[in-house]
Design a protein around this ligand. Structure first.
Ligand SMILES: [Fe+2]
Ligand SMILES: [Fe+2]
Length: 224
């Protein structure tokens, strides 16, 4: 069955992104990673990548909408969990355990979608695509991702989302990062060399043209 984006899908997604913006607004002032903006950049990046890979406009558009709500499960956590500070109150890199706990936003988001759409989630091709991306965007091909899924369990759309999502997250300046770490070149190096084995290399080679070419890139650095 073809993936068909319908009005009631769009309405739900638009409401979720509005809610996510409201959630962002409850976070401490000065936080650098606004989730609703990230979601929009990742969705645009997916559309660009889809077109570069030869998908038609309809599928690229469906991928845009299917990716947009990938992080809505973050709203199911208290806002304080996202802006980690050390004992002196200085924003810093979160401990691994906290990072892992936060990754449950994938599963929590899927629960929200299932609570809303019910059994349609198991038959509607667009909802299946949206859930696949939401559930698996923090998996890695080497099986070291959040749920430990292996390459054969990750669809092409998920592999695309893993790349675009990580690239955007890694492109944002954070308190614990140096500016030189968030340049497109540095981010691509991190994806292709430092974290070799994590991403699909065929898709990454297409994405390389997007991330390293300003005119093709929709991932806007530091625009959080
Ligand atoms: Fe995520
Ligand atoms: Fe994300």
């Amino acid at each position: 069955m073809p993936v068909v984006l319908k009005d009631h899908h769009k309405k739900f997604i638009e409401r979720m992104i509005t809610d996510l913006e409201g959630y962002d607004n409850k976070r401490p002032k000065g936080h650098v990673y606004r989730f609703h903006k990230h979601s929009q950049r990742v969705a645009e990046g997916m559309k660009n990548l889809a077109i570069a890979m030869g998908h038609d406009e309809t599928m690229a558009d469906a991928l845009y909408w299917a990716t947009l709500p990938h992080d809505i499960g973050k709203m199911d956590f208290p806002v304080e969990i996202w802006d980690y500070k050390d004992a002196n109150g200085v924003p810093t890199k979160p401990p691994k355990e906290l990072k892992h706990k936060r990754r449950a936003h994938t599963t929590r988001g899927v629960e929200m979608v299932r609570a809303y759409f019910g059994e349609d989630c198991d038959s509607d091709p667009f909802l299946k695509l949206m859930i696949d991306i939401m559930q698996n965007h923090h998996e890695t091909l080497d099986g070291k991702g959040y749920l430990g899924k292996t390459a054969d369990q990750l669809s092409q759309e998920v592999r695309m989302a893993c790349i675009v999502d990580a690239a955007d997250g890694w492109s944002i300046i954070r308190p614990h990062k140096d500016v030189s770490e968030v340049t497109p070149k540095a981010v691509y190096h991190k994806m292709s060399v430092t974290n070799v084995g994590q991403f699909d290399t065929d898709i990454l080679s297409v994405f390389k043209e997007i991330i390293l070419c300003p005119s093709k890139r929709s991932l806007s650095l530091q625009s959080s």
